[in-house]
Write a protein that binds this ligand. Sequence first.
Ligand code: SAM
Length: 328
Amino acid sequence: MSGLIDGFGRVHKDLRISLTDHCNLRCTYCMPAEGVPWLPRQSLLSAPELMRIVEVAVKEGISEVRLTGGEPLLRPDVVDVIAAINSIENAPEISITTNGIMLPRLAGRLAEAGLTRVNISLDTLDRARFKEMTRRDRLVDVLDGIDAAKAAGLVPVKINSVLMRGVNDHEAPALLHWAMENDLQLRFIEQMPLDAGHTWSREGMVTADEIMTSLRTEFDLEAIPGRGAAPAERFLINGGPHTVGIIASVTMPFCGACDRLRLTADGQLRSCLFSNTESDLREPLRSGKSDEEIAAILHQCLFGKLAGHGINEPGFLQPPRPMSAIGG
Ligand code: SAM
């Protein structure tokens, strides 16, 4: 059997690439106000280095590439990177996870270059709360970014929301009304222990159960079967056609169906968001290793992939890299 298969028989089709660890927001559950020590410039993969990895990964079985960060649209060559990925043989489907701020400027060019889908992160519809949660007054820019993505045909636009207890958790039904009115597919993500400030606590996290209870005060929700490898469990709202997703990474992990591999902006391959080990691709690329040798590193990395992320096990250790430097 060919493909990127780990020791548990999971076939990997989805490569998440972090284009940069920099971000133009400072979400409280992700980064401290002052930011984090940035990755050294010379350690960042160049576009040709990135393309080598993508080409090898696609030959080995990757069919979907998602660009993320940090904020991926801060990378100056993002349009060229997408065009380059889109031009390779058996080009994968290309999507992006973004805060949307740069979309009014870039959405049209991204779509022309070959981007097919976009996930935009938005946790609140209240301007003051947005500023409190992201430490930047940019709600209007994100809303303009959502409009720009729709106008460029990057549909359906998915919205990712993280709820924080006592901050925006009462906003779940309002966010869903807004998403339905604007033809957006909303997904709530449980907060994960990945923040640079190590502020996550199990008690502080708003659980999928709590989100469902809050939504059910205003909506009739019916689970949609056939989730496959998707992180979100989806629900039909009031009989359809609109849907809402819940990504319950902590309380209902979905590792058994995981098909994702991650590449950091500095060329480290990770088999899981929560890995405490990484496989270096940067040095092998820079020292002239062959495509076969690069492919072998992908397979070796997967060989070490654990059955689950282990968040709920007693010895769980948060990975040293924060979310912004892994690529969420
Ligand atoms: N800057 C882009 C964005 O805002 O979408 C891409 C990177 S961001 C790290 C990707 C997603 O991860 C966002 O939806 C963000 O809300 C989410 N995220 C960040 N830290 C998280 C955490 N500790 N738990 C759950 N989701 C988190």
